[in-house]
Design a protein around this ligand. Structure first.
Ligand SMILES: NC(=O)c1ccc[n+]([C@@H]2O[C@H](COP(=O)([O-])OP(=O)(O)OC[C@H]3O[C@@H](n4cnc5c(N)ncnc54)[C@H](OP(=O)(O)O)[C@@H]3O)[C@@H](O)[C@H]2O)c1
Length: 379
């Protein structure tokens, strides 16, 4: 993509109501790039409806919007594809072929998302050049779709993508939802891969496009670990009880589709191309934790069930309110008697509570309230 094309990028994000598509929309917007996103069953404000199995819907959308880059982030669940292989194939192969045909008509670039599940999981870690040998129906369909995408487009393989979002069903949110509502969560100790923060994936995708990358790239987080260890890390990051995570083997989990066990992906290629290291899990978790806090900690009304630290915090903040009432609460104004405060510190109960809360969390810089403010300001 030449300089001019980069400046005039018009991005169509197919599957913008999903995890990866949603993050792409945010990153494109932050970068000032004109973008249009689509949904299929989960309507969202600003997104347009599109079923990629229906060419009659795709062509008019392309004619109208005239995208120069198409991010194909559409997806079906792994176990669903095992149970409904024909529907899965129709979706992945027909849908991808329609998008490719429309892109070819306008010489637009397709950024196609794929998965580590195209590998067997027996002889990892895997580089981009390693041979595919999928173990389940999903992996086979995704591999067949990859083959349809010519090397003049960009294929991004990723895995174990996670991000904060109460409506998302990604692995980290499954862990959080379960532990948060006091339920145990079973996680495999023998399924190894690289947890990948969705914002990192979206930011890196855009950089790859802007730098003119073509062909296949692995874009995943820096470290590989078991699902069990990752679930524990999510529990720690969100102050939940990791003791409620049950270690299970893949055999014990009895998932519908067979899982490749060690699908760690190598990231040397993207590192060489962009000259930046993949995001470390510690940094990814910091960003995840920050979003969790901005979403759940900006109101003092909720106590996280079963979390002693949160309970104590709630108690302390209630005491601060009491203290404020006793020592600082404004007395009713009495003309000619009350002092008129013409300058000095102006604060109320909320300011005092927020100050103490920041101290307890040791958020001495922008912190979750900053994120909360920015988000509301934007909305
Ligand atoms: N999440 C992961 O851990 C992971 C791992 C490896 C690879 N990937 C790859 O990353 C990409 C994105 O995955 P994701 O996790 O973001 O998926 P996701 O959250 O499940 O989102 C899938 C998107 O596809 C849309 N969609 C479903 N059926 C459609 C149809 N018939 N026509 C048009 N759109 C349709 C959905 O729309 P509605 O929701 O509105 O129906 C949704 O926006 C996929 O290519 C996937 O293979 C993801």
């Amino acid at each position: 993509m030449g300089r001019e094309a980069r400046i005039n990028m018009k991005a169509l994000v197919v599957g913008a109501s999903g995890l990866v598509g949603g993050a792409l929309m945010r990153v494109l917007e932050q970068s000032g790039i004109e973008a249009l996103g689509t949904f299929h069953t989960h309507a969202q404000p600003g997104l347009v409806s599109l079923d990629i199995r229906n060419r009659g819907e795709i062509t008019p959308l392309f004619d109208q919007f005239q995208p120069t880059v198409i991010f194909n982030t559409t997806n079906l669940a792994v176990d669903y594809c095992e149970l409904h292989p024909q529907r899965g194939r129709d979706f992945f192969l027909t849908g991808t072929s329609y998008l490719l045909a429309e892109a070819a008509r306008r010489r637009a670039l397709v950024v196609h998302y794929s998965t580590a599940y195209i590998f067997s999981g027996i002889d990892g870690p895997y580089g981009e050049e390693n041979e595919a040998a999928p173990r389940n129906a999903y992996g086979k369909m995704k591999r067949d779709a990859e083959i349809m995408v010519s090397p003049s487009h960009l294929i991004i393989r990723t895995m174990n993508v996670f991000g904060w979002g109460k409506t998302s069903n990604n692995f980290a949110m499954q862990v959080w939802n379960s532990l948060h509502s006091g339920k145990a969560f079973s996680a495999a100790t023998d399924q190894i891969g690289n947890p990948t923060l969705v914002e990192y994936l979206a930011e890196t995708s855009l950089r790859l496009v802007q730098e003119g990358a073509r062909g296949i790239f692995h874009v995943v987080g820096k470290e590989a670990m078991s699902r069990f260890a990752f679930a524990e890390a999510i529990a720690r990051a969100t102050s939940l009880d990791g003791g409620m995570i049950l270690s299970r083997t893949t055999e014990e989990l009895n998932q519908k589709a067979p899982r490749p066990l060690n699908v760690e992906l190598k990231t040397d290629k993207v590192f060489r191309f962009l000259e930046t290291e993949p995001l470390a899990l510690s940094e990814s978790l910091k960003r995840f934790r920050r979003q969790w806090r901005a979403d759940t900690h900006t109101s003092h009304s909720s106590i996280i069930k079963g979390d002693k630290a949160e309970f104590l915090k709630h108690e302390i903040l209630e005491k601060v309110r009491e203290y404020h009432t006793l020592t600082h609460k404004l007395q009713p104004f009495v003309p000619y008697k009350s002092r008129i405060q013409y300058s000095g510190r102006v604060f109320g109960e909320e300011e005092m509570v927020n100050l103490v809360e920041s101290g307890l969390d040791f958020w001495l810089t922008l912190g979750p309230y900053g994120d909360f403010f920015e988000k509301n300001m934007k909305d």
